[in-house]
Design a protein around this ligand. Structure first.
Ligand code: MG
Length: 256
């Protein structure tokens, strides 16, 4: 079901999104080579809890009997890992890595969802370009996130931009409505036909999240049941914000 948020609900959404933005800032301010992904996860977790929020990814159900709930407060996916990487005390961050961090803050019953790919120190120019294009794909998409347009207009803009840059979008995972639930309708693919899908209305809150691969679009799931990697071993980046559809331009709630 697509939910339209009231003014009061939007205020609560904004607070959850502010916490998500601050958790990202804490990570960006502290990330350095030699740290583990678990240490990074702890920074985000402590930030969210200190601001009165719950890290909503922790214990998120996998949906499969044989796969445990997500064990950490953030998904951290490095280089060829696309999304849903599990933070670990054994995984060290290195100079030149591209580190995608996806986190969700739940506060006062509402969720704020954002992802960033951080370049650690100096990376290859290829890696830097991928990260830049992935971020820009989000901004290309939200040019169409306006009242009266359709979901497909956003999807199409993202997909065409990424293709024109010589990269691939992930097809199996997508953006989503968000509110009291982390994942609400509608689904927002990173490719598709303009003019298709539901119409956008003021009060909709959407998590738009291009996941971009340098090489072929194919992905694999690791045996942990969570981590998604690129099949061809090429790099992948992720950029996501929670936005609000308004009477005019969309508001980006997870950038403060
Ligand atoms: Mg997310």
């Amino acid at each position: 079901m697509v939910t339209i948020k009231s003014k009061k609900e939007i205020e609560l959404m904004k607070e959850a999104c502010r916490v998500a933005a601050l958790a990202h800032k804490a990570i960006e301010d502290n990330i350095k080579p030699g740290m583990t992904t678990w240490e990074l996860d702890q920074i985000a977790e402590k930030t969210m809890i200190s601001l009165g929020a719950i890290p909503a990814e922790k214990n998120y159900p996998s949906g499969f009997k044989d796969v445990p709930n997500f064990p950490a407060s953030t998904c951290i996916s490095i280089n060829d890992e696309v999304i849903h990487g599990i933070p670990s005390k054994k995984r060290y961050i290195k100079e030149g890595d591209i580190v995608s961090v996806d986190l969700v803050a739940l506060k006062n019953g509402f969720n704020g969802d954002a992802a960033r790919t951080i370049i650690v120190g100096k990376a290859s120019s290829d890696a830097e370009r991928l990260v830049k294009v992935t971020k820009q794909a989000f901004f290309e998409g939200i040019k169409f996130a306006k009242k009266g347009n359709r979901i497909g207009d956003i999807s199409h803009a993202i997909g065409e931009y990424v293709k024109a840059q010589g990269y691939s979008v992930v097809k199996e995972f997508q953006g989503h409505g968000i509110g009291r639930q982390m994942h609400e309708d509608p689904g927002i693919p990173n490719f598709g036909k303009a003019g298709k899908g539901i119409r956008l209305e003021p009060g909709m809150t959407l998590a738009i999240e291009p996941m971009v691969i340098q090489g072929k679009p194919d992905i694999l799931e690791l045996e942990d049941g969570w981590t998604i990697i690129t099949e061809d071993g090429s790099l992948s980046a992720h950029y996501e914000n929670t936005i609000l559809i308004t009477e005019k331009e969309p508001e980006i709630l997870t950038i403060i």
